[in-house]
Design a protein. Structure first.
Length: 445
């Protein structure tokens, strides 16, 4: 996706935020349902798919690999080609802004004996791919990219893949998932060992499609064993709504006086719900209503009310993997709480769409908030509700989460906050503006 001219957007204080926020489908589960649907034999039907640019790019890629991906009313229909049935694409695969998309696709295709060239937008072309191509090389795949292992990159798939045992050096669900997807078309057992557990959507969904996959805790960490070359069965999938998207209306409601917002049908997979636990630890009025299971994933309706008595806390570092994308918006809540919020073990934030610690720290300081940061930690001093001065124009560095976080900050600041470019929000949460305006937020472009 080529990103057009910058579109600045300003958020100013509003009255209370009230009503229901129907956030989009979960991005992680949306990507995986298209990829695994394409690797099953027969017709997989998916409702609630996130129709953001990132997921649509993955759908187009699966068509390029030979699956049929069509839309029937509100349902996406994937006619799969089976494990080992992917075909060599005619052209370069453009993954736009999506790190998840490109890394999962590299994994899925790496154990097929053909070459694929991947590229993406300016932001994605800066991101390191060696963390995925290194383990894929163990299967026999060979990657040729730009210096530093960056896109555009051609991956020559392994014609005779071998099974792999791989201990992940960094906690990354994308790396783990790429190895498991590659293992689908390798003989024997592929084993991934992770020292700290990461989100397990791939394991849950592989099991749902009929793969034989076992997880056990060992001295080395969590060991995931996948039996290769299964026959995946097509599924009917209801995608839970995205907890990372729900973070924005939830956090805005907690800091805007008088707010009471219900966010229905949110996926509460324990590997993703760290933000909500942390907010409750800070004293947020955040409740889970109607808890249930959908498609192997725990789901509930979240109710968030204005919480004037939140306190800064030290976020447990072991929680980082379950909320890594939510630290930017957590820092906005922290600025509206009493006392210091300490976030450690978050070096991963420095290699996301941009250096998220630096982007948030710089923007918050410009809005009058005291922030200290180091290589893998940062601290935000809060002075209670309504104490953020605001008034700044913040650079978002093409990062959707930075943009949405500062717009939420503007809703509770003394003076409005402007983001220099709201365009990137379309990659993950295309209805962000309309959804927040329906709740009562005030934006001016």
């Amino acid at each position: 996706m080529s990103h057009g001219p910058a579109t600045p957007l300003t958020a100013t204080a509003s009255g209370p935020l009230t009503g229901e926020a129907h956030v989009p489908g979960d991005k992680s589960i949306s990507h995986r349902s298209l990829i695994l649907g394409a690797m099953a034999v027969g017709e997989t039907r998916v409702t609630g798919l996130l129709e953001g640019q990132d997921v649509l790019d993955t759908g187009r890629a699966m068509q390029a690999f030979g699956a049929r991906v069509t839309k029937d009313g509100d349902t996406w229909v994937v006619n799969g080609v089976g494990v080992g049935g992917l075909m060599e694409p005619d052209d370069v695969i453009d993954c736009g802004n999506s790190g998840t998309g490109v890394r999962l696709l590299m994994g899925a295709a790496a154990t097929h004996g053909f070459s694929v060239t991947y590229t993406g937008d300016a932001s994605l072309r800066k991101r390191p791919m060696a963390r995925v191509t290194d383990p894929l090389a163990l299967f026999g795949a060979v990657a040729h990219g730009r210096s530093g292992g960056r896109l555009p990159m051609t991956v020559v798939g392994a014609p005779e893949p071998v099974p792999v045992r791989y201990a992940t050096p960094v906690a990354s669900a994308q790396v783990k998932s790429a190895v498991l997807l590659a293992g689908l078309n390798a003989p024997g057992e592929t084993v991934v060992v992770e020292r700290e557990a990461t989100r397990d959507h791939s394991e849950r969904m592989l099991r749902g499609f009929g793969a034989q996959i076992e997880t056990r805790e060992t001295r080395e960490g969590r060991e995931i064993t996948l039996v290769g070359r299964p026959e995946l069965r097509p599924q009917t999938i209801v995608v839970p709504r995205d907890p990372s998207s729900a973070a924005f209306p939830v956090c805005a409601a907690l800091i805007v006086p008088g707010s009471d917002v219900l966010v229905p049908n949110i996926g509460l997979n324990p590997t993703r719900a760290g933000l909500f636990e942390t907010l409750r630890d800070m004293g947020a009025d955040l409740t889970y209503e109607n808890p249930r299971q959908e498609g192997g994933e725990p789901v509930a309706d979240l109710r968030a009310r204005f919480s004037p008595d939140m306190k800064g806390i030290e976020v447990p570092p072991e929680r980082a993997a379950s909320m890594i994308d939510e630290y930017p918006v957590l820092s906005v809540v922290a600025a509206n709480a009493e006392g210091t919020t300490v976030m450690r073990g978050v070096a991963e934030l420095r290699v996301k769409e941009c250096d998220r610690i630096d982007a948030m720290a710089t923007g918050l300081r410009a809005c009058g908030v005291t922030v200290r940061d180091g290589a893998d930690w940062w601290e935000v001093d809060g002075r209670g509700p309504g104490c953020v001065k605001g008034g700044a124009t913040v650079a978002v560095h093409l990062d959707h989460r930075i943009a949405m976080s500062f717009l939420c900050a503007g809703m509770a600041a003394q003076v409005g906050i402007t983001v220099d470019d709201a365009g990137p929000i379309l990659t993950s949460f295309p209805i962000f503006r309309s959804l927040m305006e329906e709740l009562g937020a005030v934006f001016t472009s």
